[in-house]
Design a protein around this ligand. Structure first.
Ligand SMILES: [Zn+2]
Length: 380
């Protein structure tokens, strides 16, 4: 049995209270592949919390049988700060109420520090290069200044994950199909993850223009180093994915247990956990570029009535919703039609029906990058 539970104290911004991060470790420290899984860095994304609970149960079973071959770290509730944020009987977990910063942005980018540390060290052996880069990345995170609770939380999470082979960041969206965000450089390596999880929309991202999210912080420095040293073998040594476990309301044990079983099957396929994963399931879709996502913005404030549903394939110009202004002087003038900017799959819809002008109400995964795309490819 290798299972160890650690409780790491976090700094707090009020007197008389404590916060801890709970970290589960399985397998031998330093064993490979190393897998890091965290849930709900946006604290209110409850499907992720329940899936992490089921993953832990399956890992405990596997551990009891001696089946953990690599090293697995699970942080089943990655954001104790956000879990404590309530206002007027509502939980608010996406932004730090103290700073206003999105909990999944502003992670330290170690690229420059690692670059400076390894520039003279990289040689012709990819294995040695990977080891040197990982050592430098661990040091870079450790040297990142952080004192306030949120930056300290981000530094702690990144320190646990920065040298992993596989990082899975579990989230959920508003009202959505199961979908993935994956670094474009990890495709087609990630095709097994895409199929094992039954992803219904897999979005391949390059530069997002949206600040450093966790999935980017753990993987993008590999891509940058490889680009800066084309004469040296630098593989993309971390497969990192943001896993969007449908919508906020999709919380039930049966679904979560199925997702957890799919995750463990993927870990078996990657020889992290022993056991036969069986044949790879048929993928549910082809991946599409993040730059091909059509964001449908509300043109007015009012009540949204959707004319499409999750999983629908729409064409550019199709009406996907109407915004109804109940204060219009004539009912005949109360409706504004909203159309899709691209051909593609409707994979996310707003989960509230009173929407404000400029709010994204629908996301459509298109196969081609859009010419007039927004600068920020992720919604804040
Ligand atoms: Zn999230």
């Amino acid at each position: 049995m290798s299972h160890v539970v650690e409780r790491l104290p976090l700094p707090v911004s009020s007197l008389g209270s404590d916060q801890v991060l709970t970290v589960h470790r399985f397998g031998e420290t330093g064993a490979r592949p190393k897998v890091y899984i965290q849930a709900a860095i946006h604290a209110g994304e409850i499907p992720a919390l329940l899936v992490a609970h089921h993953v832990l149960a399956l890992l405990e079973d596997a551990d009891a049988k001696g089946a953990i071959k690599g090293e697995v770290i699970v942080v089943p509730a990655a954001n104790p700060i956000g879990l404590a944020q309530r206002m007027q009987r509502r939980h608010l977990g996406r932004y730090d109420l103290d700073s206003g910063v999105n909990f999944n942005r502003g992670f330290p980018d170690v690229t420059d520090t690692v670059e400076a540390a390894v520039a003279g060290e990289l040689g012709d052996d990819p294995v040695r290069n990977v080891a040197a880069i990982r050592r430098a990345a661990i040091d870079a995170v450790a040297a990142t200044p952080a004192a306030q609770p949120s930056p300290m939380l981000k530094k702690t999470l990144l320190g646990l994950a920065i040298d992993a082979d596989i990082v899975l960041d579990l989230h959920c969206a508003s009202n959505a199909l199961l979908h993935l965000f994956i670094n474009a450089a990890s495709w087609p390596d990630a095709a097994d993850l895409h199929a094992d999880l039954g992803s219904e929309a897999t979005l391949l991202e390059e530069e997002t223009g949206s600040g450093v999210a966790f999935d980017h912080a753990v993987a993008n420095f590999w891509r940058q180093l490889a680009a800066h040293h084309p004469d040296r073998p630098v593989p993309l040594a971390c497969l990192s994915a943001t896993v969007e476990l449908r919508g906020f309301a999709d919380v039930d044990d049966e679904t979560a247990a199925g997702d957890a079983a799919n995750l463990i099957r993927f870990l078996q396929r990657r020889s992290v956990v022993s056991g036969d994963p069986g044949p790879l399931p048929e993928p549910q879709c082809d991946p599409t570029p993040l730059a091909g996502v059509g964001f449908v913005m509300a043109p007015a404030t009012g009540v949204v009535s959707f004319k499409t549903g999750l999983g629908a394939h729409v064409r550019e110009g199709d009406v996907v919703a109407e915004i109804v202004d109940p204060m219009a002087e004539a009912a005949s003038a109360a409706r504004h039609a909203v159309t899709s900017p691209t051909d593609g799959l409707v994979y996310e819809l707003a989960d509230n029906h009173y929407v404000v002008e400029g709010q994204c109400i629908c996301q459509v995964a298109g196969a081609e990058p859009l010419a007039d795309q927004r600068e920020n490819l992720l919604l804040d």
